[in-house]
Design a protein around this ligand. Sequence first.
Ligand code: ADP
Ligand code: MG
Length: 344
Amino acid sequence: MSSAPNHSDPSSDHEPLLDVRGLRVSYQSSRGPVEAVGGVDLRVGRGEFVGVVGESGCGKSTLLFAVAQLLSPPAAITDGSVEFKGQNLVRLTEKQLNALRWRDYSVVMQSAMNALNPVTTIAAQFKDAILAHDRRSAEQIRARSVEVLQLVGIDPVHLGSYPHQLSGGMRQRAMIAMALLFTPDLVIMDEPTSALDVVAQRSLMVQIKELQQLLGFAVVFVTHDMSLVSHFSDRLLVMYAGQVVEAGPTRQVFDAPAHPYSRGLLDAFPSIHGPRVPLTGIPGSPPDLAEPPPGCRFAPRCPVVEEACHRVAPALYPVGGVLSRCLLDAPDRRTPATPVEATS
Ligand code: ADP
Ligand code: MG
């Protein structure tokens, strides 16, 4: 774990690996552009585990796809940069990106059923991924495939299986094994456990964490369930309506959330350790991103809303070691941020 960061930058003190700045993504729709990612900064150090949490529809998947350069129309990056190992991925060609995919970074999707090819065996899919980068002999390919399957606790006999012959948990594990074929520096995971039951979810989380510590890769892990990542991530980013509303070390965000939305999220899921309390959740739902509310985007649902919140778009303010996009955390609440779209 990193030591306590300074107040102006709650990002890690790990050696930088990924540095996303001001990233914006829009979907073109019949009703005009829908900005699903509205100026997000995300820094990940080598070997660091960063959780990205928020309700469904907050732009988490869009953010991950934009970082991995996997967006396709009608979605497109409209602004910002994605520095990974010193290169801006946004400017690279498909050919240049293909040289990095699997080898330097890999993506584990929400549903392995969609990500894996249903008509080829696990062995054939691993082989294709390996041969996209390296000329290797059949024996080398088989040896590496066996190795990564064993890493995730799958009997190598399943190299001959088709995806539908595996259980949901095994498919997700096979997907993770595939993501580890080249031991990349960064593994991006989009709710990889959400299709599983609670027990399988928990055991997969433990396994991901063990692999991360064993192999030293960094993880960006997206989930709508804040309590799921709380024991595994070094830092948390809380997203609401396409923006980061809170960012900081996991313990701090989890133990003493600064933003009212983070507090609501925490109340919405059962704590694994804490006492049994009724789950309250957050009434209402995230806004339509084609027409986000003026001022603070969370204001219409916020339990501590004030009049100014409906007019003034908050910036991210440093408060107690985290960043919080809440006017109540503005350094001087009488002259808060400029009443225009805040930059982050
Ligand atoms: P999350 O992963 O947090 O659930 P998504 O990134 O999937 O969120 O979606 C964020 C928002 O992007 C959605 O609420 C929706 O407004 C918009 N969006 C997603 N896909 C499309 C699409 N194909 N066309 C238009 N808007 C989309
Ligand atoms: Mg999603």
